[in-house]
Design a protein around this ligand. Sequence first.
Ligand SMILES: Nc1ncnc2c1ncn2[C@@H]1O[C@H](COP(=O)(O)OP(=O)(O)OP(=O)(O)O)[C@@H](O)[C@H]1O
Ligand SMILES: [Zn+2]
Ligand SMILES: [Zn+2]
Length: 793
Amino acid sequence: MFASVIVSVSSNSVDRLFTYKIPDSLVDTIRVGHRVFIPFGNRDIQGFVIDITETTEFDISKVKEINRIMDGTPVLTKELIQLSKKIATYYIDRQISVIEAILPVALKAKTKTILKLSETAGSNATELFDELQKNNEIVVSNLDKNHLKSIIPFMKSGEFVEETIVAQHTKKKTNRAVRSLNTNRMPSERAVKQRELLEWIESEAEPVTLLSIKDAGYSVQVIDALEKRGLVERVDIVVDRDPYESRVFFEAERHTLNKEQQVAFNKIEYSMKQYKHETFLLHGVTGSGKTEVYLEAIESALEAGKDAIMLVPEIALTPQMVNRFKARFGDYVAVLHSALSHGEKYDEWRKIKEGRARISIGARSSIFAPFKNVGVIIIDEEHESTYKQGERPLYDARQVAKWRAEYFNCPLILGSATPSLESYARSEKGVFTRLELKHRAKAQPLPETTIVDMALSRQEGNISIVSDILREKIIDRIQKEEQIILLLNRRGYAHFLLCQDCGHVPMCPNCDISLTYHKSNGTLMCHYCAYETSVPNKCPECQSSSITFRGSGTEKVEEILRDMFNTEVVRMDIDTTRNKGKHETLLMHFEDENIPILLGTQMIAKGLDFPNVTLVGVLNADTTLNIPDFRANERTFQLLTQVAGRAGRGDKTGEVIFQTYNPDHYSILDAQMNRYKEFYMKEMEYRRIARYSPYFFHVLFIITSENLEHCVKASHDISKILLENISNQSIVIGPSPSPIERINNRFRFQILLKYRHEPTLKDILEQLDQRYYVAYKKSGVSLRIDVDPQFIM
Ligand SMILES: Nc1ncnc2c1ncn2[C@@H]1O[C@H](COP(=O)(O)OP(=O)(O)OP(=O)(O)O)[C@@H](O)[C@H]1O
Ligand SMILES: [Zn+2]
Ligand SMILES: [Zn+2]
């Protein structure tokens, strides 16, 4: 028997399958999807079995044998192998890279090369070996230069031999425990404690952990004594690292679905029973109770003996959602949280793999949850750009979800209050089935929104970032002990520093972007690379000391709010939520202590459900509007609608203020009036005229290099190849410098391809990829091909 094995060798842009012989001892064991360890060149490396055949076209005497398998059961299902191929083809990547993205990091084997003494080793070699070794081995990567030099002669003479061994990132977590050896013997009458303990241990089906023995008041000496007598033994038992272990989940109240929810659910359930794939777009206004529909759909899937996958944009931001799922489905839920350690993630993955979990909740990558019988896939806030991965493989979880749902013949539910234009357009065409929830769950009104023209506010003499109207409303809510959410989509203290005499703005030396001032650590920081520097007290250009801070970020506004209202403020942005679990603690603090104000960047805009929030203020509604991207209007509309939707979700009516310098812009006006459909129509018209998605498909080419000349040359080359190979219906824009021309000392150029129908496109893209995979190493140019990009920069 022979196995086709795909291996992790990064020196090529294409995957290669290699044929290996399955050793007789493993013929009954090895299956498609197994991780194996194979000889490759002069090393031993990890691979995945993609196919098993009886015969091979290769010369059998030259086919090497698989060394061993790395897991008892295959880590990949056939479905996931097929899926990885599909993703690799569609997004122009290598299948092995996709497979590595599908599996938990913990399964990525690290290999290390060690040296051993051979039988022929003389005394000099032995002496050196003894000097360098630790635990009877020498790890080559741990040796310094001098030592490396000293071992070379012995390697040449064959006295030292090399061996590659695999080191797993993660071991299963184990607990020490004690188990009875069932000898039927008992300690003497006088050893009361020992007798008690032994009886207890013998009464348990499983080994008893040391921890619980100690908790029960027995000392280690008692265990030792039993062990010495040969009555018990210490063992390791494998345990799951459950990150939610110590948490108590309250049984969530189960709502009876309202009419709209029921209608939506019935359609989904009907489709499930037909055992056919159908994509639903659940368009429900903010607070309409989409989650309740998801919960019912999942329950139906479970009842049918199937599993469910639920995606959220960012799991850390949705503690309330996780709690509702855990409360309803308990241990059946695996949470694939980005803040988990590799080991914890691996445990959750194993729970799914072994069928102990039936539902997975997680961000983008949890679309790869290794279920074997998926009954429904749900994508909440489907419009979010985080579903597209920003690094290779550049897959979009929405597309992957569609493929998996097709494979399993099950429904895919895309939910949002502000669907992406692409999805809504598909629902208009009837490709997706649209389900609508037009009212809030308990028929509460949507909040009223007032637009404040900040230019006018300035003219009237208020130069503060808080307008008069907003200030009055905040004071009013504080008096009523109601809560306020304020959005400011800019972190840091000051957006940039400005010399008032010469106009100099300190820039990042590695990127073409101004530095942001962070007061908490007194530094100027680049938000693109890790560059940090101290704040100058004189202008580095003209030596003037009139340096001012411009553009307030969350850090500064937090100060302003505390001073202005003399009240506590919870601030949520990347800087305050770096530590694990911080999102949740801050949100709990806000709710439980009834803190008047929650101030944050867009991470507070979606999903939150706090009944006591009756006022939402957007301090600068324009930040997303000015981004050089054709989706800027759409993103602005979505962000404003979402954050406005946090107000008035309980019994009290909500109110919203948008502060803006563009009070007449339709993105802002339609968000104010809750006019999704009107916004959609206007934006579609713009996209049609400007020939953008969803009328055209896009591929974005980003070319980067430290050398400007190489970068320009490669860019022109690529655009030339494109123009020669595509039809005249398609459009090539660029090459042009990217909006941020340099990041991390690399120049950036981009080319945007817009097309409707381009049958040979995949071939062209593959050729380009191949070409630059090689050229990259030679001239330091890198090419990134982004199929269906989310950001055009
Ligand atoms: N049928 C129902 N009866 C009573 N309350 C309900 C019902 N359905 C949902 N709710 C409640 O309504 C509130 C809003 O529901 P949910 O958070 O699911 O809305 P959503 O559609 O996800 O909103 P958003 O898109 O704004 O996050 C929740 O507090 C939920 O418990
Ligand atoms: Zn100056
Ligand atoms: Zn930088």
